[in-house]
Every structure is written in structure tokens, then in C-alpha cells.
Design a protein around this ligand. Structure first.
Ligand code: DC
Length: 213
């Protein structure tokens, strides 16, 4: 049975972690759609034409180990404004969403454009400061040399571009449920997401007894 969970939100809102844990809870497959744009962005930085890169993207391109840094993030946000790039990535995302056994997709336009008929839609946000604090801690831990102010400026620049673009801008679907994680732990955010998805008819793929969530 197909069951699609669409999770959107701005950078570093916690949507990636929530999506992974929600997918694990229900036994659904998970697609981090940002990775598709990051992989195309990386190829653009290496001199490729982004439209061609999106049309020929392969699973191997998603395994590169340089997709998580801020250069890849900024490049992703830049290629994401190109309608042909978005169109080239659409079919793969839609097919993933309807695979048997359930799927969680996280990104910016999942509830609005990729899966407007998703059974459950969430929009996960947090304040700019909190998001920058989280991203700064993550980057510092991984040994990157940066400052809080640089991380905050980077996030804001990316959000502005993602929200202002003409094609599939970042915004909540009309029927999305908002979760603000500013004052929440990850466990609390996951519990809230699981509750909402269960209310929408989501069931664990293995049919097993619900866990502590
Ligand atoms: O989720 P992320 O930070 O990895 O996404 C990187 C960029 O990719 C983001 O700034 C905008 C773009 N993106 C998008 O336009 N649509 C999506 N569904 C996912 C990401």
C-alpha cells in the first residue's frame, strides 16, 4: 500500500532528522530531496550545465561525500530556481512517493508541487536564531571553521532565495500541519509528527505494535 508523508520547511528546521525518525518508526522509505539539488549544484560548481546534470543524475551522484557543506547548499539553492532542473527531478520524486510500503519525502515543495495528494503533510519550522545555532553546532562538531554570524547569514540568504523563486517556492501547503521546533527536543518533534501521521491513517509497515511514540 502506498502512503506518502510530505515534510517541508526551511534549512536546519529539524525536518531532516524528524523525517528520518518518522520513516524508521513507520518502516517507510525516506528521500531527502535536498540531496538531489545538492548533487546537481555540485556538478554545476564543477562546470557542468545544471539542466543536463539534473536530467542525467544517477544514484551514484548522491553518494558523494561533499554534498553536506555550505558550498553545496548554496549551489543547490541556486540551481533550484531553474524550472528545467526542477522538472527533470519531478518524475523520480513522484515515483518514490508512491512506492509500495510508504514513503517520507522532505524538501521545500513536497506538499505543494511534488505530492499535492500526500496523505499527511507537515511543515517544520524554527526561529532563524535557533536554526543557525543548530547548524553552527553541527558544523563546529564536524571541524568546519565558521562563525555563528556567517551561518545565520547563509541560512537567511538561502531561505530568501527558496521563498522568492517563481517555480515551486518554499511555503506550507494549505493543508499542511505546522510544527515549530524552536522550543522542542527532537524526540518531542518526532512524537508530534508520528501522532499527526497516525491520525491521518499512517500505519507501521510491519503491522507491529506501536512503540513508545
Ligand atoms: O534541504 P537542503 O538544505 O538539503 O536543500 C538544499 C537546497 O535545495 C535548498 O536551499 C533549496 C533546494 N531544494 C528545493 O528547492 N526543493 C526541495 N524539494 C529540496 C531542496
Amino acid at each position: 500500500m502506498a502512503f506518502t508523508v510530505a515534510i517541508d520547511g526551511p534549512a536546519a528546521s529539524g525536518k531532516g532528522t524528524v523525517s528520518r525518525q518518522v520513516a524508521a518508526h513507520f518502516g517507510f522509505a525516506h528521500l531527502d530531496t535536498g540531496l538531489l539539488y545538492r548533487a546537481v549544484g555540485r556538478q554545476m560548481l564543477a562546470g557542468a550545465d545544471p539542466i543536463e546534470a539534473a536530467r542525467t543524475l544517477s544514484p551514484r551522484d548522491l553518494e558523494r561525500d561533499d554534498l553536506r557543506d555550505s558550498d553545496a547548499a548554496q549551489a543547490a539553492s541556486r540551481v533550484a530556481v531553474i524550472p528545467e532542473v526542477r522538472a527533470a527531478l519531478l518524475t523520480f520524486q513522484r515515483a518514490f512517493a508512491r512506492r509500495a510500503g510508504g514513503a517520507v519525502l522532505d524538501g521545500r515543495d513536497i506538499g505543494t508541487v511534488i505530492c499535492p495528494d500526500a496523505e499527511a503533510k507537515l511543515f517544520i519550522t524554527a526561529s532563524d536564531d535557533i536554526r543557525a545555532q543548530r547548524r553552527f553546532a553541527e558544523l563546529s562538531e564536524s571541524g568546519a571553521i565558521t562563525s555563528f554570524d556567517a551561518v545565520l547569514a547563509d541560512l537567511r540568504q538561502r531561505d530568501t532565495r527558496d521563498q522568492a523563486r517563481a517555480t515551486a517556492p518554499l511555503k506550507p501547503a494549505d493543508d499542511a500541519i505546522l510544527i515549530d521546533t524552536s522550543q522542542m527536543s527532537i524526540d518531542e518533534a518526532v512524537a508530534q509528527a508520528v501522532k499527526i501521521i497516525t491520525q491521518r491513517g499512517g500505519k507501521r509497515a510491519d503491522g507491529g505494535a506501536p512503540d513508545r511514540q
